[in-house]
Ligand binder design. Structure first.
Ligand code: ADP
Length: 491
């Protein structure tokens, strides 16, 4: 009987279930949208039961469409949208509040009240004080439900990120765990000791009782008895870390970049955490067989989203893929530079006030040039982060492994190779988070013996090699830096 690893990829917009075979290839994949709720400006929530139901639905669909049973499933791997916070009643298993999604800004004021602990938080957790991470979301829920703090202190409430919530539900409340990669996004997990930090919990006034046990990313998490007796969950990691694993960035210095709505770049920085001085986040990549790998992470807010802006606001393209057609219909950007700081700038600038700008317009500049320049801006922003990573880790010039929707744009990929002066490697399987979760689970269950066996799995990929001269690269990139500098002055 053929066996598969079932990967669950619970993302912000959809839940996916993907079956991987022993060769690490996708044999079936299915997805279901999950609604986001926007109760107020800047707030993003989800119904946690809907999230759970969507996962059940995609699992059922996999089994039905493939005409297989749970006996064909070796193990389950879970990867998930990170930081999203759920609190539920221990007795009933019912959420006491909507899940607060990572993007939500509703706990900004709580974070502002912790401003004096910024340095301490960075030193202990590797993170930047920000409402993205779970701590202030937990605080928000406890402060906004009846007797929240008291109930948490009495041990009546449990907290989990999506991984914990799904495992809890799949096991009928038996598994209450999270993996190190997800724990490292809570803002109270000490990445040096790999334990919840008592001092930070005291500052945030979060009772330890409500927190899941932190375990390695690969191994026996327990039985998904709600689904099937004996079926094990054997791998868990946050989506970006899972993608790093799925891209097989197993060694120090290897980097992946995901080009979705935003762009997430992670570098495996080995077995010791590297703290960034230039606004990158340090995070746990995974822990396997007692060995922890850390990552440096930088994010660009506007990557594919700036293509959406061309489509929905400027209305110069009908669909995202048109961007490439228009961009390549002209020979050059004609000196036009777009700084897509529509929501401020992320790493390494961290400038919330900066607004978007277009520079270098002349009479000959057309929509094609603007479109081309918007695509270029994605590549320049990635270079900004890559340069910081190279500075802070000392590892430079390594090929970049890429995934995400915007990698469909070959013009972008070639320009990225040119601006970074490194090879860009695009894998055949773009479901890298799910693949990473499957690898972790298969390693934990013994489906794959060890990392060497995974390395030996055949993997097709496409490569983009730099062809731009050094002079041209430097000239273009320096001009980008100048454009950002001037945009930041316009306040
Ligand atoms: P997410 O996981 O963040 O929802 P995806 O990985 O699904 O994102 O990628 C979707 C993003 O990729 C969208 O922002 C879209 O504008 C962008 N995108 C899709 N196709 C192209 C293309 N051919 N060229 C440029 N951007 C694209």
């Amino acid at each position: 009987m053929e066996k598969y690893v079932l990967a669950i990829d619970q993302g912000t917009t959809s839940s996916r279930a993907i079956l991987f075979n022993k060769e690490g290839k996708i044999v079936y994949k299915t997805q279901e949208e999950v609604a986001c709720l926007f109760p107020k400006e800047g707030w993003v929530e989800q119904n946690a039961l809907d999230v759970w139901l969507s996962v059940l639905n995609v699992i059922n669909d996999c089994l039905t469409k493939m005409n297989i049973t749970y006996d064909n499933i070796d193990s389950i791997g879970i990867t998930n949208q990170r930081e999203t916070t759920i609190i539920w009643d221990k007795k009933t298993g019912m959420p006491v509040h909507n899940a607060i999604v990572w993007q939500s800004r509703q706990s900004v004021e709580i974070c502002n009240s912790w401003e004096q602990y910024k340095e301490l938080i960075h030193k202990k957790t590797g993170l930047i004080l920000n409402p993205y991470f779970s701590a202030s979301k937990i605080r928000f829920i406890l402060d906004n439900i009846e007797n929240g703090q008291q109930r948490a202190e009495n041990g009546e409430l449990l907290f989990g990120t999506i991984d914990t919530w799904l495992m809890y539900k799949m096991s009928k409340g038996k598994i209450f765990k999270t993996d190190v990669s997800n724990a490292s996004r809570t803002m109270f997990f000490n990445i040096n000791t790999l334990k919840y930090d008592d001092k930070l919990l005291e500052i945030f006034n979060i009772p330890k009782k409500m927190l899941p046990k932190v375990v390695e990313s690969s191994g026996d998490f327990g039985e998904a008895s709600f689904l099937h007796k004996g079926l094990k969950i054997c791998g868990v990691a946050g989506d970006q870390q899972a993608a790093l694993f799925g891209q097989r960035c197993f060694n120090e210095g290897e980097i992946k970049s995901t080009y979705g709505t935003g762009c997430f770049m992670l570098m495996n920085c080995g077995t010791k955490p590297v703290l960034s001085k230039k606004g990158l986040v340090s995070t746990v990549a995974w822990k396997i067989n007692g060995e922890t790998h850390y990552a440096l992470e930088g994010s660009v807010f506007m990557a594919g989203a700036s293509i959406q802006w061309l489509r929905d606001q400027l209305k110069v393209i009908d669909k995202a893929s048109d961007s490439e057609k228009f961009a390549t219909s002209v020979d050059d950007d004609l000196g036009v530079y777009v700084v897509p700081a529509f929501v401020g700038l992320g790493a390494p600038y961290w400038d919330n006030e900066c607004k978007g700008a277009i520079f270098g317009l002349t009479r000959g500049a057309s929509k094609e040039h603007v479109i081309r320049s918007v695509i270029n801006s994605i590549a320049y922003q990635v270079r900004d982060i890559a340069d910081v990573m190279c500075n802070e880790s000392g590892v430079c010039g390594v090929a970049l492994k890429v995934d995400g929707g915007a990698t469909a744009n070959s013009y972008l990929m070639q320009f990225q190779a040119d601006i970074l002066n490194v090879d860009i490697i695009l894998p055949e399987c773009l479901e890298t988070s799910a693949l990473g979760a499957a690898y972790l689970s298969g390693l934990g269950s013994g489906f794959w013996k060890d990392i060497d066996e995974i390395k030996a799995l055949k993997k097709e990929s496409k490569k983009f090699t730099p062809i731009m001269s050094k002079e041209e690269r430097d000239r273009r990139y320096n001009k980008w830096l100048k454009a950002v500098e001037v945009a930041r002055m316009f306040k």
